[in-house]
Design a protein around this ligand. Structure first.
Ligand code: C5P
Length: 406
C-alpha cells in the first residue's frame, strides 16, 4: 500500500537514544510514499548524524535557524509551509517543555511555533526514561500540548536504554507508521463503538485434537484496524489466529464458538456497529473428552456425535439494541458459487441490514479479496483490492448507512 502517497513530512528529531529508531521511521515513511524533510536539534546530533538522515531522506538536513541555504534565510517558515504534518520523533521531555512554552530559540521548536496550526498538524512521539515520563511535569505538559492541538502518539513499555523497565520508550517505527497512517484517515466513526469477530473457531474433540477451518482472520483484523482508523473504539473478538493486534484495538482471544458467543454478547450491549467476519464452526463434538482418545489397535475409529453451535450473528441481530436501530449489524457470507442469490438469502435469514458476500476458497489466507455488498436496496460490487483497502471501503459504507442523508 502507498498509504502516505503525496504526503510531505517534516521529521523533527530532538535529543534521545531513540534517534536510532528515527532512521528506520524515515525509511518507513518514504516506503509508504511520503517525502521527508529532516530537522534536528543540537541534542539530536549527539545521538545520530545528519549524514545518516540526509542519506535516508534524500534531502539536506536542517539543524539551525541561521541556515543560510534558504534564499530568504527563513527555513522555519519555508519548510513548515510545505508540510502536511510536523512529526517530532523522538520528542524528548525537554522538547515537550519547550513546545509548551512556545520557545523559539532553535530551529525545530521555532518551526513548530511558526507552523499554521490549522493546516499543519503536530504529531509527537515521546521518548524518555520511565521516571521522566511519569513525572507530573511531563504529564501536565502532555495534557496542555494536547489541549493546544498536538497529537501525542503514545509510548511503548519495556526495557529502556538506562537499564530500567517501564513506560516511556518511543514506539517502534512500524507502530508509529500505523498511527500516522490512521491519523490521516477520515474520522467517519468518531466516538462510535465497533465490535468485530474474526478468525476460525476451534471445537475440541479431546485435549489435543479439534475441528477448525481455514479462515485466516485477515479480513476481520483489517476491518478492526479500519474502524479504529476511522475514530471508533474497537473490540476484536478473535478465534485462534496468530495475527498481530491492530494498534489501539482491544482484543479478546477465544477458541470455541461458545466462548466467542459469551465474549461477544455483552460487548454488543454497548456497541454501535457489529461486524461478524468470524468463520464460526457450525457444529462441535457433542462430548469433548477430558482425556486424549487412544487408538486401541482394534481398527475401529471413534464415533463422533455433533451438536449445532449457536449462531452469534443471528443472536446479536435479534437483540433489543439491534432491533431498536442502535446497533448496526453486518454479516459475511463465504460462498463457493451463486454468490448473489446465496448472499441475499443469508441477509434475510440472519436478519441484518448489510451482508458482505465473497467467494471463500478464493480469499482464505490471501491478502486481497473482492466483495459483494447486499442490502435492502440491492447489490453492489466492490472490486478486488487489498483487504485493508476493502475494509476502509466497507467502514465508509457502514458509516453512510448509519447516517442516512437528511
Ligand atoms: O451461516 P453462515 O456461517 O454462512 O453465516 C456467516 C455469517 O454469520 C458470518 O457473518 C459469520 O461470522 C456469522 N456466524 C456467526 N455464528 C455462527 C455462524 C455464522 O456469527 N455460528
Amino acid at each position: 500500500m502507498n498509504d502516505l502517497a503525496g504526503k510531505h513530512f517534516v521529521l523533527g528529531l530532538s535529543g534521545g537514544i531513540a534517534c536510532y529508531k528515527a532512521a528506520e521511521l524515515c525509511r518507513a515513511l518514504i516506503k509508504e510514499g511520503a517525502t521527508v524533510q529532516v530537522v534536528m536539534t543540537e541534542a539530536a546530533e549527539q545521538f545520530i548524524t545528519p549524514v545518516t538522515m540526509q542519506a535516508l531522506s534524500g534531502r539536506n538536513v536542517y539543524t539551525s535557524q541561521w541556515d543560510s541555504r534558504e534564499p530568504n534565510n527563513m527555513p522555519h517558515i519555508n519548510l513548515s509551509r510545505e508540510a502536511d504534518a510536523i512529526l517530532v520523533a523522538p520528542c524528548s521531555a525537554d522538547f515537550m517543555a519547550r513546545l509548551l512554552h512556545g520557545r523559539a530559540d532553535e530551529l525545530l521548536s521555532l518551526m513548530c511555533l511558526a507552523r499554521p496550526v490549522d493546516q499543519v498538524p503536530l504529531l509527537l512521539a515521546p521518548a524518555m526514561n520511565r521516571e521522566m515520563w511519569a513525572h507530573p511535569a511531563t504529564q501536565r505538559n502532555m495534557a496542555q500540548l494536547t489541549a493546544d492541538g498536538a497529537a501525542i502518539l503514545g509510548v511503548g513499555s519495556g526495557f529502556q536504554a538506562c537499564g530500567e523497565t517501564g513506560d516511556g520508550r518511543m514506539l517502534e517505527p512500524p507502530e508509529l507508521l500505523e498511527d500516522i497512517v490512521a491519523f490521516f484517515q477520515p474520522k467517519l466513526l468518531a466516538g462510535k463503538q465497533v465490535l468485530v469477530t474474526a478468525g476460525p473457531t476451534f471445537e475440541a474433540i479431546d485435549p489435543v485434537r479439534g475441528i477448525t477451518n481455514l479462515s485466516s482472520g485477515k479480513m476481520g483484523f483489517a476491518i478492526a484496524r479500519a474502524a479504529r482508523e476511522a475514530g471508533a473504539s474497537v473490540t476484536l473478538v478473535a478465534g485462534p489466529v496468530s495475527l498481530p493486534t491492530p494498534r489501539g484495538v482491544t482484543r479478546i482471544d477465544v477458541k470455541s464458538a461458545q466462548q466467542m458467543l459469551e465474549a461477544t454478547v455483552p460487548e454488543a450491549e454497548r456497541a454501535d456497529v457489529f461486524v461478524a467476519t468470524a468463520a464460526v464452526a457450525d457444529w462441535r463434538p457433542s462430548n469433548s473428552s477430558d482425556h486424549k482418545i487412544k487408538k486401541d489397535g482394534s481398527g475401529n475409529a471413534p464415533q463422533l456425535a455433533f451438536t449445532e453451535n449457536p449462531d452469534i450473528l443471528a443472536t446479536v441481530a435479534k437483540s433489543a439494541r439491534a432491533a431498536s436501530g442502535r446497533l448496526f449489524c453486518v454479516g459475511f457470507a463465504a460462498e463457493s458459487h451463486d454468490l448473489v442469490a446465496n448472499a441475499q438469502a443469508k441477509r434475510a435469514r440472519k436478519g441484518v441490514p448489510l451482508l458482505v458476500g465473497n467467494i471463500g476458497p478464493a480469499t482464505f489466507g490471501a491478502d486481497d479479496n473482492a466483495l459483494l455488498l447486499v442490502d435492502a436496496q440491492g447489490t453492489q460490487d466492490v472490486p478486488r483490492a487489498s483487504k485493508l483497502a476493502l475494509a476502509r471501503n466497507l467502514i465508509a459504507e457502514i458509516a453512510r448507512r448509519m447516517r442516512p442523508a437528511a
